[in-house]
Design a protein around this ligand. Structure first.
Ligand code: R5P
Length: 300
């Protein structure tokens, strides 16, 4: 078994936890935008874990996806890899898990099928945004799909802060599941959520904040993804207005489109915690241990 991926701290740690070698990938982009991920070593006959992460803030989801597809196909067709297991910590297009408006694509399923067609035997991802699906596996027809719980990683970091009686708050109705899980890992039953409506055409959001007794409390606003930061910022602002003494913004996937971080800070967040499912210099929590555990459990 080998890991194939960029030679970064994330992959070095994953390789060391799994006690396997890391074969580096050089990520090359031509001036016209075309990509050429180059595998810098031999993998012949080996089972391979392809581990690549998207960059936070750079809006390069499509580059990332193409790199993954090219790498998997190359491993299968030209590098003579045996099994191919993809570590895709932030699964691209997961939010389009339904056709919301007539004429839209069912992108999450199409992406899963593209990965399968490129030769991927299994996918390990983290806290996949699939509110309208029963499981991550439903997206695939033959590949094995494993959805690792990123709230566990956030909780591991948050516990080191020794927070006093925290209240976990989901910024919208869907996020109640994340708030519940994080609260459970932190050993509290104090959690709830606000409500949010998003205009499907403009993306504009409106948060309806249920009045909660947050006076003097440490509040952790927990979500899976922060993209524009609008959802998170609205909830942070409301928590402060309701009297929270410390507000922590905690999320698994730091997609962080331009301006998102400042938007959350500007709303009054005292601490911002994300994981390293995307390449982001500000990640405080890491999902590597949880990923390594589930890779060990599942792989031959
Ligand atoms: C959506 O339901 C997700 O759970 C997040 O709340 C959403 O993706 C955050 O998006 P944004 O940061 O653009 O408000």
């Amino acid at each position: 078994m080998l890991i194939v991926g960029p030679d970064d701290e994330f992959n070095r740690k994953l390789a060391s936890l799994l006690k396997v070698d890391l074969v580096p990938i050089e990520r090359r982009k031509f001036p016209d935008g075309e990509l050429c991920p180059r595998i810098m070593g031999e993998v012949s006959g080996e089972d391979v874990i392809v581990s690549m992460r998207m960059k936070a803030g750079a809006a390069d989801v499509n580059d990332y996806l193409v790199e993954l597809l090219l790498t998997a196909r190359n491993l299968r067709e030209h590098m003579n890899a045996n099994g191919i297991w993809a570590v895709i910590p932030y699964f691209p297009y997961a939010r389009q898990d339904e056709i919301f408006r007539k004429g839209e694509p069912l992108s999450s399923k199409y992406v899963a099928e593209l990965l399968e067609e490129s030769g991927v035997d299994g996918v390990f991802s983290v806290t996949v945004h699939l509110h309208r699906r029963k499981s991550f596996g439903e997206l695939f027809s033959k590949a094995r799909a494993v959805n690792v719980d990123g709230m566990k990683s956030l909780a591991r970091y948050l516990k080191t802060l020794n927070l006093e009686n925290p209240f976990v708050l989901g910024p919208d109705t869907e996020s109640i599941v994340w708030a519940r899980d994080l609260a459970r890992y932190l050993g509290t039953e104090d959690y709830d959520s606000f409500k949010k409506e998003r205009d499907l055409a403009t993306g504009e959001i409106k948060t309806t904040a249920k009045e909660l007794d947050l006076k003097g409390r440490v509040v952790i606003v927990a979500d899976d993804i922060v993209s524009t930061g609008g959802t998170m910022a609205n909830a942070v602002r409301e928590a402060k207005r309701m009297g929270a003494k410390l507000v922590i913004s905690a999320f698994v996937h730091p997609v962080l489109a331009r301006g998102a971080f400042d938007r959350i800070l500007g709303a009054g967040a005292d601490v911002i915690v994300g994981t390293d499912t995307l390449e982001w210099a500000g990640s405080k929590a890491t999902v590597v241990e949880e990923l390594a555990e589930s890779l060990k459990e599942v792989l031959p």
